[in-house]
Write a protein that binds this ligand. Structure first.
Ligand code: ADP
Ligand code: ADP
Length: 226
């Protein structure tokens, strides 16, 4: 089933800069799509338009058949993970993960069940009472992912989530992200400028260049063509 559709989606910034001329993309339910391309090619712009953090200038975004263009981020049922984690420094790991659910008025016992469950999956059980300042970079990244996962969103968006980590941890977290995504089968749009990361994570890659989707295909199709 097609889950996310971008139809001739374009972006012109208020200063007149034409960042994305027109992108067409259909994402299947559970698919892991990686947006790759050089700095400034429009990866973040595209992701932020899907998240609702940037307005869509032209074209249409649909999620499960529903037009999203004019919906607020909170109405889109999407969870985004950033490279700078954006955790609340004064809150414990538990409360960082529970925050979004509390805001939605989810009952306390349901929150506890969900947070405990996700913490288990991410190896965070022993760290639930710590604060972000008492965690390593990899642990903080796991909390940021956990905060996104507890909400069971329709779509995960990742914006260069590993770029602040050292090389070894990057590889480890990459494997973990892939395993978790497979397990949860949540449709994922993942931005990176790292080709190896892109190839190892993606079901399909979208190679962006100057705001245009130059190539779309599986890693095999894009890198092993004779
Ligand atoms: P990437 O994520 O691939 O590095 P971005 O999506 O951040 O690229 O940026 C794409 C292009 O749009 C760049 O040329 C950038 O300078 C420009 N851009 C990004 N944000 C704005 C903005 N708020 N106003 C004007 N131009 C912008
Ligand atoms: P308490 O000190 O009452 O246990 P905290 O919220 O400070 O409550 O700590 C919760 C957990 O985090 C405890 O297991 C504690 O051992 C651990 N912890 C607290 N501070 C640090 C720290 N600076 N580095 C590593 N672990 C810590």
């Amino acid at each position: 089933m097609t889950d996310v559709i971008l139809e001739k989606v374009g972006k012109t910034y208020p200063n007149g800069y034409h960042a994305i001329p027109s992108v067409d993309l259909s994402i299947e339910e559970g698919e892991f799509i990686v947006l790759v391309g050089p700095s400034g090619c429009g990866k973040s712009t595209l992701l932020r338009m899907v998240a609702g953090l940037e307005s869509i200038s032209t074209g249409e975004l649909r999620i499960r058949g529903e037009r999203m263009n004019d919906k607020e981020p909170a109405e889109r049922d999407i969870a985004m993970v950033f490279q700078n984690y954006a955790l609340y420094p004064h809150m414990t790991v538990y409360n960082n993960m529970a925050y979004g659910l509390k805001n939605r008025g989810v009952p306390k016992d349901k929150i506890e069940e969900k947070v405990t469950d996700v913490a288990q999956m991410l190896g965070l059980t022993e760290l639930l009472l710590r604060r972000p300042g008492q965690l390593s970079g990899g642990q903080r990244q796991r909390v940021a992912m956990g905060r996104a996962m507890v909400r069971d969103p329709k779509v995960f968006l990742f914006d260069e989530p590993l770029s602040n980590l050292d090389a070894k941890l990057r590889v480890q977290m990459r494997v973990e992200i892939r395993q978790l995504q497979r397990k949860l089968a949540t449709t994922t749009l993942y931005v990176t400028h790292d080709q190896v990361e892109a190839m190892t994570l993606a079901d399909r890659l979208v190679v962006l260049n100057k705001g245009k989707a130059e190539q779309i295909g599986t890693p095999m199709e894009l890198y092993n063509t004779p």
